[in-house]
Write a protein that binds this ligand. Sequence first.
Ligand SMILES: Nc1ncnc2c1ncn2[C@@H]1O[C@H](COP(=O)(O)OP(=O)(O)OP(=O)(O)O)[C@@H](O)[C@H]1O
Ligand SMILES: [Mg+2]
Length: 330
Amino acid sequence: MSGPRAGVPLIEAEDVAMHFRVGSALSALVGGRPALVRAVDGVSLTLMRGESVGLLGESGCGKTTMGRLLLRLLRPSAGRIRFDGEDIAALSGAGLRRFRARAQMIFQNPFEALNPRFTIAAALAEPLENAGIPRAEWAGRIERAMELVRLPDPGQFLARRPHQLSGGQLQRVVMARALLLDPDFVVADEPVSMLDVSVRAGVLNVFREVRARLGLTAIYISHDLALVRYVCERTVVMYLGRVVEDGPTEAMIEDPLHPYTRALVAAVPTPDPDQSHAPLPIGRGAPDARNPPSGCRFRDRCPLAHDRCAAEAPRPTRIGARTVYCHLHG
Ligand SMILES: Nc1ncnc2c1ncn2[C@@H]1O[C@H](COP(=O)(O)OP(=O)(O)OP(=O)(O)O)[C@@H](O)[C@H]1O
Ligand SMILES: [Mg+2]
């Protein structure tokens, strides 16, 4: 056996949904009914140990919500998520604490992720203290994490506050913070989107390197296919709360199966992660998760839609190592 798909699953999400009720207080006052936002609406996803998967799609398609569900920062409205064979909804006490250490989020905005009044040392000590790590281990763990993200000589940073670091250094500290408790699984939510283009590649390289050295299972969330391509061998494309395509990144770029993936690929001119993008060739028509189209969610923007697409939601079709949700293939 070879390749990351061979092996043991670490994460298994089964038909997971997250529906938010919004506007209830205000709309109730004026006699309206609360709307339901179908942020995630029936997603199944398996990650093998050590696998690194990009979660790709436009703003509002449910990427962050999916990441938060997998970390049990949200409770799903439906479906089940297993981590290392255990249903995470059933965890409590010591089991939940262990899960919290093993599954970590790397946040999008390093300037918000760290309290501006805390020193870097305090920001790094906090998760260790919360997890009940003996104080005698703190210095060693902090030093190792800082070394992993290539901030050697931690003494240089520890006494400083966030505003005294560059954006790139700060994002590395945020990454180090997520590594302190030896996680198996990390969700990185657009970790470079707030950074200057000139430092992105450096931070991405650190992420790739750390992932490989620690054998992490990782989800890399982005709306940017060029970045996902740089970091992940497999990509899951989401559209309006659902998966539309899932498979090896390079194969997907070479021959996108779903019309939405085709549009995303067409908008990426080169593999250069610093390159700017062409607009999506499917028009804007911002999808609304409160009122998704019947059948295939993508059909009202799809140049190839036909009658069946309105009538029936496409079921997953396996084509080699890939899965596509589209009537053109099913
Ligand atoms: N707590 C919440 N309450 C109500 N609606 C929410 C909540 N969180 C997210 N949503 C809605 O769910 C949908 C998906 O949001 P989500 O943040 O997961 O998207 P995303 O793909 O991460 O987008 P972006 O690329 O902009 O970060 C959006 O319509 C969003 O407005
Ligand atoms: Mg998001």
